[in-house]
Design a protein. Structure first.
Length: 219
């Protein structure tokens, strides 16, 4: 078997492995409807969603005095978590993870999702054993993953040149650059292909295209 190009792959979760785009839009639309704010559709969501998510909430029209970010983000995650097992994995997620494992490369998750809930949902899909580390934030406000990523890379004891980070947003690319690792982006999640291509990293339409390009083919 050919030695993998990268010794360790770091995966984003929401939008990259988990297909939660439409679910996320639906949850946010419930919050917007309660306040009689304009609702989202995919095109608008793809245009306004960003990190830090505080900026995104401002673009949606939430009144920072009546609805402070901490209050609205707590409301969102409470509603999201109420049915958190509904979103499926992306179609090629499980087969791609298994194919990566078969090459001898190791894998971890780096996510802005709350750590305890992330562990639970990864276990729900029966994927826990595929990852060396599962790293989520210690809160639900989805701030930057950079500090968490630095800690993860330090624990891996792998040279940055041998690490590939896979995500679905420009924030994932920003994190990869801060960590000094390579990045590949999949345009099936929370940022569209045209936004992702502006970052200069390789962009793939879905996980199947990514897996094919990097030689991670199911056995």
């Amino acid at each position: 078997m050919t030695r993998p190009r990268y010794r360790h792959l770091i995966w984003d979760w929401n939008g990259t492995l988990l297909d939660d785009l439409d679910y996320t839009i639906g949850v946010m639309n419930a919050l917007l409807a309660r306040r009689r704010l304009p609702l989202l559709h995919r095109e608008r969501y793809h245009a306004v969603f960003d990190f830090p998510v505080r900026t995104y909430y401002g673009r949606l029209g939430f009144d920072p005095l009546a609805d402070p970010f901490e209050k609205v983000s707590t409301e969102f995650i409470t509603d999201y978590d109420a049915r958190r097992t509904e979103p499926p994995l992306h179609a090629a997620a499980a087969s791609t993870l298994a194919a990566v494992r078969a090459t001898g490369a190791r894998q971890s998750i780096l996510s802005a999702y709350r750590h305890e809930t992330l562990l639970e949902i990864v276990a729900h899909f029966g994927l826990t054993g595929l990852f060396d580390h599962i790293a989520g934030l210690d809160n639900h406000h989805a701030h930057s993953k950079v500090a968490l990523g630095r800690d993860l890379v330090a624990r891996l004891a792998v040279a940055p040149a041998d690490i590939l980070l896979i995500g679905d947003t420009l924030h994932d690319l920003e994190v990869a650059r801060e960590l000094g690792v390579d990045c590949a982006l999949v345009a099936a999640g929370h940022h569209p292909a045209e936004r992702l291509r502006a970052g200069g990293a390789p962009v793939f339409s879905d996980l199947g295209a990514f897996a094919s390009a990097y030689g991670f083919r199911p056995a």
